[in-house]
Write a protein that binds this ligand. Structure first.
Ligand code: ADP
Ligand code: MG
Length: 214
């Protein structure tokens, strides 16, 4: 399940953002909507245990995030979280195959080549393992980032504006792949967006609406 209660974040020298409560069962799809600056990326960073909020309680993938030590949060993220950031953070120093090995290296585990190959095939990336990220189309790079997020079978999959730079066909495809990737392993999916195309493609999702604020 994913539960967010009384969540509020005050940026030092910046806005204070109050977030609506959320309670959804494991495997739910959530659409985090709101205009630019409304706090979508902030919400994702908190639920990814990357940012400690000013107030509130978050229970995600079986853990009370704010009750954990920094070390426990790192371990929780490695074991349970898939994150597709807005800027994809693929390493240009590494080819696609090595970019996809990184999550295993970071977790101190043996690289699961079979899993990487299966996901690459599944996401239409077969044959691209030797390319550098800059040699990919925007849609291909997005799918590499999605593969990276799914590799270790997270219980929670978060995506920040995944369709921002995609045309209609690729936007539809990425939302479908996110939804299928989450559904296959029973993961809870949260997609942050102000793109109406995403809302249309995830019509059955629970909506969290963030308001514009000064
Ligand atoms: P969104 O993802 O919906 O565009 P963000 O979560 O990025 O919104 O930002 C929400 C608000 O918090 C904005 O007003 C933004 O300027 C502000 N903000 C984001 N990060 C910081 C920061 N590190 N310091 C101060 N203000 C910030
Ligand atoms: Mg954002």
């Amino acid at each position: 399940m994913l539960a967010v209660h009384g969540l509020r974040h005050a940026y030092r020298g910046g806005p204070t953002i109050a977030f609506p409560d959320l309670d959804v069962p494991q495997g739910a799809r959530v659409l985090l909507r709101g205009p630019s600056g409304s706090g979508k990326s902030t919400w994702l960073a908190i639920v990814a245990a990357l940012l400690t909020p000013t107030a509130g309680r978050v229970v995600a993938a079986g853990a009370d995030l704010l009750a954990m030590s920094a070390r426990e949060r790192d371990a929780w993220r490695g074991a349970h979280l898939g994150f597709v950031p807005q800027r994809l953070h693929l390493s240009e120093a590494l080819d696609v195959a090595r970019n996809l090995a990184l999550p295993y290296v970071a977790a101190g585990e043996a690289v699961d080549r079979a899993r990487i190959d299966a996901l690459m095939r599944r996401l239409g990336l077969a044959g691209l393992g030797a390319r550098r990220p800059r040699e990919l189309s925007v849609g291909q790079a997005q799918r590499v980032a999605l593969a990276r997020a799914l590799l270790r079978r997270p219980q929670l999959l978060l995506a920040d504006e995944p369709t921002a730079s995609l045309d209609d066909d690729h936007a539809r495809e990425v939302v479908a792949l996110l939804a299928e990737g989450a559904a296959e392993q029973g993961a809870t999916l949260v997609v942050a967006t102000h793109d109406a195309r995403v809302a249309a493609a995830l019509a059955d999702a629970v909506e969290v609406r963030l308001e514009a604020h000064a």
